[in-house]
Design a protein around this ligand. Structure first.
Ligand SMILES: [Zn+2]
Ligand SMILES: [Zn+2]
Length: 799
C-alpha cells in the first residue's frame, strides 16, 4: 500500500549536490515526490511503499554525495496525494532557521583530471571547481548559500558555465563558485614593488622558486609564503625575512604522496588524512637518513616529525606540477599573527618577505588557516589546529542548551558559540597577544554571528586575570548586555572532551598542559580532576615547581632545570651550572642525539651568560620571585634542559617537542627505577630528578624514562580517590596529549589495568579546544545545574 512521507534532512545538505542525488535516487527507487532547499536544510515528500521509503532514507544517510553530512533525518507518514514523477521545487526561506555550511574542500579527482586535460575547456584554469570541491566557508558573506551572497557575486556566469549550473544532471549543478577562464577570477604575478608582469604566471613563479626565491601565493583561506624545501639557503633566507624563530618547524607541501613516502613514515591513517578532501597538514615521522639532498634540515630543526600537506587548490596543483619540488608552505604572516587574506594586506605585509606574489581577484571573505594534526598507526589522531576543511562544521550535542559565546585562552585562540544543540568552534585565530588577532576575532565572530544568527545569552572566558581574551569577553558581554562567566582552564579541557565524545560524567580526567590559572591562584597543568560540565574537583596534581620569574621561565628551560635541582638535588646545582656555562651540556646532548642541525644562530641558545646564571641562582637561594606551577609542560621543559636538549625555547612547546623527538635517538630502557610517589594528592618528581642528576649521561634513555614516569604518575594518582579508582574510563586532555608517546603509554597503562583511556579525536586537546569546554561549563552554569556545587566557574554579574 502506498504512503506519503514528509522528510526533513538537517546537516550539510546544501551546495553539495544533495538535491540532484535525491532526485536520482528517487527515480532509481521508483518513488515520486518533490524536494526543496529550506532554511533549515532539505525538505522532501516521497510516495511509494513504506519499505522502499525506509530503504531510501537509509541510502541517503549512507551513500549521500561526498561532502554531504546528514545529522538529522525526520520522517512523518501521511496520506498519499498521488504525485507524478519527481520535481525540484524553488527554495523556501524561513525565519529563525539554521542553515549549515560546508567547509572549503580540496580539488576533487574529476576537476583534477579536467585541469590537466588539454582538451578540456578548463585546462590549466587555476579556479576550477564543482559541486564536490572548491571554496565554501571562505567565500560566503551570508546565507542561504547562493552565488550573490558569495565573493563570486562579481563574476557573472558565461553561457557555458550557466548551462552547467542549471543542468541537474551536471556535476556543476548549483555549484556557486563555478567559473572558467571566460567568466571567472584571474591569476597574475606581481613584483614586491607592485608591478604586474605579463608573463606565464605559473611558470614564472615556478622559475623563481627553483632559483631559491620566496613567493607569496593566495590560497583558499589566506596567503602562504613558499620556497623550495630542499635548499638550506632558501629556507634560512625565508626564516630570516619572516622573522621566524630559527627552530620553529615549517610545513611543506609535497607534489605527491609518493614523495611523502620517500621522506617520512606514512601510516594508513595518515595517508587517509593527507588525501582526504580536508587535506590538512599531517605531522609525519621523518625517516632516519632520508633528509640529505631531499629536504633541508632547517625545515624542522631537532624534530623527528615533518608537517606535510598535499596540494589542495588548482593553483597548488599547477605550481607543484611545474616545479616538481617539495615546497615550504608557511602561513603568510609574521610569527603567530593571523594569516593574511587580502591582496592589499599582502602587498603591505608580505612584499618585504618575498620576491614576488601570485595574486588573484576572488576575494577571501573569511580567513582560515591550514589545519594541523597527527595520525597514528592505531587510527587515533590528535588535532593541533582546527581550521580549513573543518570550519564552520558544528559539533552536535545530545540536547539543546542555552546560547553562549565562549573564548579560549591567549595561545591558539578560538571562540565557540552555541545555538540549540549545535556548537560552532571558530577556526584557529592566532595568539591573542598580537593586535591582529583581536581584529581576526571580531571579524570571524561577526561572520559566524551573521551566518548562523547567533544570539548569546552569556559570554564566557578563561579565569586567568591577565588574558587578553578575558578582556575581549568582558567587552563583548558589555556590548551584548549579557552576563560574563569565568571558567577554570583545566575544568574546561575536561568539559571539552566530554562534549566531543558525548560521554556523561562525572569521570576522572588527566589534564596536562603548559599553563592555566588555578582556583588557588597558582598555575596548574599537571592535574587529576574528577567531574563533569557542572562540577569539578582537583583530586591530585604534580608537586609544584617554583618557576624563577614566573611563567616566563617557559622561554628559559634552564631556569626550570636549576629550580628542579634546587628542590631535589641541591648538591648537583653548581656542577650543572658549570656545564651550562662551559657549553659541555649542550655538546653532550648533541653528541648523543645526533642532531641534524648543530649550527645555531646565537651561541646563547646553548650557553647562557654567566650573569644570568648567577641571577637565577640568587633568586632560588633567596626564595624570591618564584611562582609555583604544577604544569607538566614546565616539568618537560626542566627535564629537557637538565639533559641539555633545549636550554632556551624560541617557540611554544619547543622543549617538550624536542624531548619527544629524542626518543627516536635511542632504545627504550623501560620504566625508571624511581617509581612515582603520590602522597596527600601530590605526585613528587624529586626522586626522579635525584636519579637523573646522579647519572645524566644516557640522554635518550632518560627521555624515555621520563615519558614512562609521567604515564605511571598519572595512573598511580587515580588511587587517591575511590571514585576515580573505581571508574572504568579515564579522560585525558590538555596540550601534553599531543605527545604521541605519552598518549600511547597512557593507553597501554590503562589497558593493563582494565581501563579505557578516552582522548580527543576531532577537537584539539590543547588550547585550540579550550573555547568548547569553556562554553560547556558556562552552559551548565546558565542552566543552573552547576548549583550542586564545586563548579570551577565564577559569575561576574550582569552588565
Ligand atoms: Zn571538483
Ligand atoms: Zn564560464
Amino acid at each position: 500500500m502506498a504512503v506519503r512521507a514528509r522528510i526533513e534532512f538537517e546537516g550539510i545538505v546544501q551546495g553539495v549536490g544533495f538535491r540532484p542525488f535525491l532526485h536520482r535516487l528517487a527515480e532509481e527507487s521508483g518513488l515520486s515526490g518533490w524536494v526543496l532547499n529550506s532554511s533549515a536544510g532539505v525538505l522532501m515528500e516521497l510516495e511509494g511503499e513504506r519499505p522502499a521509503i525506509e530503504e531510501y532514507v537509509r541510502r541517503v544517510r549512507e551513500d549521500g554525495p561526498p561532502l554531504s553530512r546528514v545529522l538529522v533525518a525526520r520522517v512523518r507518514y501521511l496520506a498519499p496525494l498521488g504525485f507524478q514523477g519527481f520535481t525540484i521545487r524553488p527554495s523556501r526561506k524561513e525565519e529563525n532557521a539554521l542553515t549549515l555550511l560546508c567547509p572549503d574542500v580540496a580539488t576533487c579527482s574529476d576537476c583534477l583530471r579536467e585541469l590537466f586535460d588539454p582538451a578540456d575547456r578548463r585546462f590549466c584554469y587555476p579556479f576550477i571547481n564543482c559541486t564536490n570541491c572548491g571554496p565554501r566557508y571562505t567565500i560566503v558573506r551570508s546565507l542561504p548559500y547562493d552565488r550573490p551572497q558569495t565573493t563570486m557575486a562579481g563574476f557573472p556566469l558565461c553561457p557555458a558555465c550557466e548551462a552547467e549550473y542549471r543542468n541537474v544532471e551536471d556535476r556543476r549543478y548549483h555549484a556557486q563558485p563555478v567559473a572558467c577562464a571566460e567568466c571567472g577570477p584571474t591569476l597574475w604575478f606581481e613584483t614586491p614593488e607592485g608591478e604586474r608582469l605579463s608573463v606565464d604566471t605559473i611558470s614564472h613563479a615556478a622559475g623563481l622558486l627553483r632559483d631559491g626565491k620566496a613567493v607569496a601565493l593566495k590560497g583558499l583561506g589566506g596567503f602562504h609564503v613558499a620556497c623550495r624545501a630542499d635548499s638550506d639557503e632558501a629556507v634560512l633566507g625565508l626564516r630570516r625575512r619572516k622573522q621566524r624563530s630559527f627552530f620553529k618547524p615549517l610545513a611543506v607541501m609535497l607534489p605527491s604522496i609518493d614523495v611523502a613516502r620517500e621522506l617520512c613514515e606514512v601510516s594508513g591513517a595518515a595517508e587517509e588524512w593527507l588525501v582526504s578532501h580536508i587535506r590538512p597538514i599531517v605531522l609525519l615521522p621523518l625517516k632516519p637518513g632520508a633528509v640529505p639532498g631531499k629536504l633541508s634540515a632547517f625545515v624542522a630543526p631537532n624534530l623527528d616529525r615533518l608537517g606535510v600537506m598535499l596540494p589542495y587548490t588548482p593553483l597548488h596543483h599547477l605550481l607543484l606540477a611545474e616545479t616538481g619540488l617539495p615546497l615550504v608552505m608557511t602561513s603568510g604572516n609574521l610569527s603567530d599573527e593571523p594569516i593574511v587574506a587580502d591582496n592589499d594586506e599582502a602587498r603591505t605585509r608580505l612584499s618585504p618577505l618575498v620576491d614576488g606574489l601570485l595574486l588573484h581577484d576572488r576575494p577571501i571573505h573569511a580567513r582560515c588557516d591550514d589545519s594541523v594534526l597527527t595520525a597514528d598507526d592505531d587510527g587515533s589522531c590528535a588535532v593541533l589546529r582546527q581550521a580549513r576543511g573543518f570550519s564552520p562544521y558544528p559539533l552536535a550535542l545530545p540536547e539543546d542548551g542555552p546560547s553562549v559565546l565562549a573564548l579560549g585562552g591567549d595561545i591558539k585562540t578560538t571562540f565557540a558559540a552555541s545555538r540549540g544543540h549545535f556548537v560552532f568552534v571558530s577556526p584557529h585565530l592566532g595568539d591573542a597577544e598580537h593586535l591582529g588577532t583581536y581584529s581576526a576575532f571580531r571579524e570571524t565572530w561577526e561572520h559566524y554571528r551573521t551566518l548562523f544568527d547567533l544570539r548569546p545569552e552569556a559570554v564566557a572566558c578563561d579565569m586567568h586575570p591577565g588574558y587578553h581574551t578575558a578582556r575581549w569577553a568582558e567587552e563583548l558581554a558589555a556590548e551584548l548586555r549579557v552576563p560574563l562567566l569565568q571558567v577554570q582552564h583545566h575544568h574546561a579541557h575536561l568539559a571539552a572532551l566530554l562534549a566531543e565524545t558525548g560521554l556523561r560524567g562525572p569521570l576522572p580526567a588527566i589534564v596536562a598542559d603548559g599553563t592555566g590559572y588555578g582556583t588557588d591562584g597558582t598555575t596548574w597543568g599537571g592535574e587529576l580532576l574528577y567531574g563533569d560540565e557542572a562540577a569539578c574537583e582537583r583530586l591530585a596534581h604534580l608537586r609544584t615547581i617554583p618557576l624563577p620569574g614566573g611563567d616566563a621561565a617557559a622561554r628559559e628551560p634552564w631556569h626550570i632545570a636549576l629550580s628542579l635541582l634546587h628542590v631535589a638535588a641541591p648538591e648537583r646545582m653548581s656542577g650543572y651550572a658549570d656545564d651550562l656555562l662551559s657549553g659541555r651540556l649542550a655538546e653532550r646532548a648533541r653528541g648523543s642525539a645526533g642532531y641534524r642541525v648543530s649550527d645555531e644562530p646565537d651561541p646563547s641558545y646553548s650557553r647562557p651568560r654567566a650573569a644570568d646564571v648567577r641571577l637565577v641562582l640568587s633568586m632560588l637561594a633567596a626564595g624570591v620571585n618564584l611562582a609555583p606551577s604544577s604544569a607538566l609542560g614546565r616539568l618537560f621543559d626542566g627535564i629537557a634542559a637538565l639533559l641539555g636538549v633545549t636550554l632556551r625555547a624560541t617557540y611554544e612547546a619547543q622543549a617538550p617537542m624536542e624531548l619527544e623527538a629524542l626518543l627516536s635517538c635511542g632504545p627504550d630502557p623501560g620504566a625508571p627505577e624511581a617509581l612515582p610517589v603520590v602522597e596527600g594528592g601530590v605526585v613528587d618528581w624529586a626522586p626522579f630528578i635525584q636519579a637523573l642528576a646522579r647519572d645524566p649521561g644516557d640522554t635518550a634513555g632518560w627521555a624515555w624514562r621520563f615519558h614512562h614516569w609521567v604515564a605511571q604518575a598519572f595512573l598511580a594518582s587515580l588511587a587517591v580517590d575511590a571514585r576515580a579508582a573505581g571508574s572504568s574510563r579515564v579522560l585525558a586532555s590538555g596540550g601534553c596529549m599531543l605527545n604521541n608517546t605519552l598518549r600511547r603509554l597512557l593507553r597501554q597503562g590503562c589497558a593493563a589495568r582494565g581501563l579505557s583511556l578516552v582522548v580527543h579525536r576531532d577537537v584539539p586537546p590543547g588550547d585550540g579546544g579550550l573555547s568548547l569546554g569553556v562554553l560547556r561549563v558556562a552552559q551548565a552554569h546558565v542552566c543552573g545545574s552547576a548549583q550542586r556545587g564545586g563548579a570551577l566557574v565564577r559569575g561576574i554579574g550582569n552588565h
